[in-house]
Design a protein around this ligand. Structure first.
Ligand SMILES: Cc1cc2nc3c(=O)[nH]c(=O)nc-3n(C[C@H](O)[C@H](O)[C@H](O)COP(=O)(O)O)c2cc1C
Length: 145
């Protein structure tokens, strides 16, 4: 598989977008080409690439608006060729902590994708600068793979 990453962002207020930008920097330093999808559309995202899904949770455990269409598209897709990383942002004071990331994990696995690492869930209550957590996690992962 080529060293290309499709970064798929689910964000309402921009925090997950900052994390995606930081992950892009890490990946580029490791020699990957990267495309960030802020309005993800499956028609524009190769299924035979590595995906990084970076999403927050809103409402009562719901996905951000901008990634909901993509989530519906994935339910109809065959992702047998897709390998993915998942990073969730959430606030542990909600009962529905990181449900958006958990939902995306379930949807892509049901569509046949495989995970390249256990998902990272970042609690913004304890980590006010979530990209710092994400960068350390992703640097370690890419160094091993
Ligand atoms: C209205 C609202 C609802 C939220 N609901 C949840 C939730 O159900 N579960 C959770 O883990 N975090 C929840 N959060 C926390 C957000 O996921 C967190 O603040 C995240 O950093 C926002 O990222 P974003 O700016 O990319 O959307 C909620 C935040 C807001 C403002």
């Amino acid at each position: 598989m080529s060293k290309h990453l499709s970064v798929i962002v689910g964000s309402m207020l921009g925090a997950a977008e900052y994390v995606a930008d930081a992950l892009e920097d890490v990946a580029k330093r490791a020699g990957y080409t990267v495309v960030i999808h802020l309005e993800p559309d499956l028609a524009e995202i190769p299924v035979d690439s590595r995906w990084v899904i970076c999403t927050s949770t809103h409402g009562a455990g719901e996905l951000p608006d901008n990634i909901q269409t993509f989530a519906r598209q994935v339910k109809q897709a065959n992702l047998d060729q897709t390998q993915a990383y998942i990073i969730g942002l959430g606030d542990s004071s909600y009962d529905t902590y990181c449900y958006g990331a958990i939902e995306m994990e379930k949807i892509i696995l049901e569509a046949g994708a495989s995970l390249l690492a256990p998902p990272l869930h970042i609690d913004v209550l304890n980590h006010p600068i979530p990209e710092d957590e994400a960068v350390v996690w992703f640097e370690n992962i890419l160094a091993d793979q």
